[in-house]
Design a protein around this ligand. Sequence first.
Ligand code: RB5
Length: 141
Amino acid sequence: MNIAMGCDHGGFALKQEILQLLAEGGHQINDVGCDSEASVDYPDFADKVCAAIQEGRSSCGILICGTGIGMSIAANRHRHIRAALCHESLTARLSREHNDSNVLCLGARVLGVAIALDVVRAWLATDFAGGRHLRRISMMG
Ligand code: RB5
């Protein structure tokens, strides 16, 4: 699976941990930045991850900022992007099963590393359930 990864300065350190997890899992990674803890603007990186998904270069994406809120707001402005801000594995799993989320948003200032990695594992391991849920996400275009 090719996974697009983006963060702002608040999410940089957690992104490094997640990159390692994904590499160990054998995933292809499209890291769109940022590349340090120098201050940047999160919408730029949400745009890059969403473009990678919309253009078929990545099948899904992970976005990290301080709270995850800015990234989720920015990502959900993009057509066919269903970004889910998750703080634990249950909502991560249900966002895949019920909402076919294609972007996972994380708050690096909210989550510890172990919980964040657990959320990522749960999200990646879960498939969309389809059925009535397909009708509902189709209603959103
Ligand atoms: C950056 O200071 C912070 O605002 C950002 O990482 C994020 O939390 C925004 O939602």
